[in-house]
Design a protein around this ligand. Structure first.
Ligand code: MTE
Ligand code: MO
Length: 198
């Protein structure tokens, strides 16, 4: 299996691998606004909606049939810890966007999750190979407390931009704010500029 190493993406942001104010940990702490939601592989559904040519809907088996890639990524939490070399396998955001056919007037994206969490990003920040819908971590099923069955990872942003338990992606023609973005966390969340709060 080939692993694409994207742990050098800090160079694009003119920063060190460890962003300012972060400390490296080998643990993988869990941060959730509430409990871990239950899910049933028989009824689980993932949808792509909004400003697209064709709205998409996937069952768990259908999603697992999509082509995947495996990447080595760093993970930066806004509360101050970073975990290096996380191996995530999943479907890239651009691949999914290509399947749906994004309208020209789409500028923004809202991710929604099974625990009613939401988070938003400009479309440009999503159309990157390292934005993955991932269901495997370090060669195993993604642990449920870390977002299994399916979560988003955003190694170019603080990790609250990556929705755990993601079940919907909506393409928007105007920006909107998600759960933490409405509650004082930075809308832009660039770790190398320490964009933690708004
Ligand atoms: N659905 C959902 N996604 C979420 C959250 C959440 O509460 N619900 N918390 C976010 C925050 S604040 C962080 S730091 C990361 C933590 O991911 P981890 O628990 O795998 O470390 O998930 C993000 N995604
Ligand atoms: Mo967080």
């Amino acid at each position: 299996m080939s692993v694409t190493d994207v742990t050098d993406l800090h160079e694009e942001f003119d920063g060190e691998r460890l962003p300012p104010g972060q400390r490296k940990t080998s643990k993988f702490p869990v941060l959730s606004k509430g409990g871990t939601p239950d899910w049933d592989p028989e009824t689980w559904e993932f949808t792509v909606t909004g400003a697209v040519e064709e709205e998409l809907s996937f069952s768990w088996d259908e999603f697992c049939d999509l082509p995947t890639e495996t990447q080595s990524q760093d993970f930066h939490c806004v509360t101050g810890w970073s975990k290096f070399d996380c191996e995530f396998t999943g479907v890239t955001f651009p691949a999914l966007a290509e399947m749906a056919g994004v309208h020209d007037d789409a500028v923004h994206v809202m991710f929604s999750a099974m625990d009613d969490y939401t988070t938003n990003l400009p479309l440009d920040d999503c159309m990157r190979e390292e934005v993955l819908f991932t269901y495997e971590f370090d060669g195993d099923r993604l642990p449920r407390e870390h977002g299994g069955p399916l979560r988003v990872v955003t190694p170019h942003k603080y990790a609250y931009k990556g929705a755990k338990w993601v079940n919907r992606v909506e393409f928007l023609t105007e920006p909107e704010r998600g759960y933490w973005e409405k509650r004082g966390y930075s809308n832009s969340a660039n770790p190398w500029n320490e964009e933690r709060y708004s």
